[in-house]
Design a protein. Structure first.
Length: 187
């Protein structure tokens, strides 16, 4: 059992992230967060790391937005614990109501994410959350969608940062605070 009084949260979480070599393609070191979700103690430590930050005065969002798909898992639980709403930012074609969309570039091709037009209101403070930031394309697309609807992205948050891929730097260069619980060098 982990001694909760002396817990180094990033180190503890890192021990529960599985690295899968050469997936989905050769040379990629895939950082699999599913072990974080499987153990109730580990999952609670993960969620609490976010919740404690966003319960602090001045850090409370009006709503949490989660990026498809692992951002849904983390974001919805964080929203529940903070007693605020949750909105999903989904891959194109998955939302049934009127949407706005944003296309972003991938290493090979492009992808599009969408958000319901009534998901946020003008001036709402939004916490945008995902499991990982690599090149930053999905996170930046999410920011653009939320801002297009008049919301203020108060902060972005992820479990894992892959800084060598430049996404976290791009988000910060755009003037958006970004919380990363831990980082892995070498993708």
């Amino acid at each position: 059992m982990t001694d909760a009084l002396h817990l180094n949260v990033p180190q503890f979480l890192r021990q529960h992230i599985r690295t899968v070599p050469d997936w989905p393609s050769p040379g990629v070191q895939f950082r699999d967060i599913t072990p974080l979700l499987q153990d109730p103690l580990v999952f609670r430590v993960l969620i609490d790391a976010f919740v404690h930050r966003y319960m602090a005065p001045g850090m409370q969002p009006d709503v949490v937005a989660g990026l498809d798909a692992r951002g849904f898992i983390i974001g919805s639980v964080v929203a529940y614990e903070l007693n605020v709403g949750f909105v999903p930012i989904r891959k194109k074609g998955k939302l049934p109501f009127t949407t706005v969309e944003e296309t972003y570039e991938l290493e090979y091709g492009s992808a599009t994410v969408e958000l319901h037009t009534d998901a946020v209101t003008r001036g709402q403070r939004v916490l945008l959350i995902d499991d990982l930031i690599a090149t930053g394309g999905t996170m930046i697309a999410g920011i653009k969608l939320l801002e297009r609807l008049g919301a203020q992205v108060m902060e972005c948050a992820v479990i894992v940062d892959l800084p060598e891929l430049g996404g976290s730097a791009k988000v910060r260069e755009l003037g958006h605070p970004l919380l990363t619980l831990l980082q892995f060098d070498g993708h």
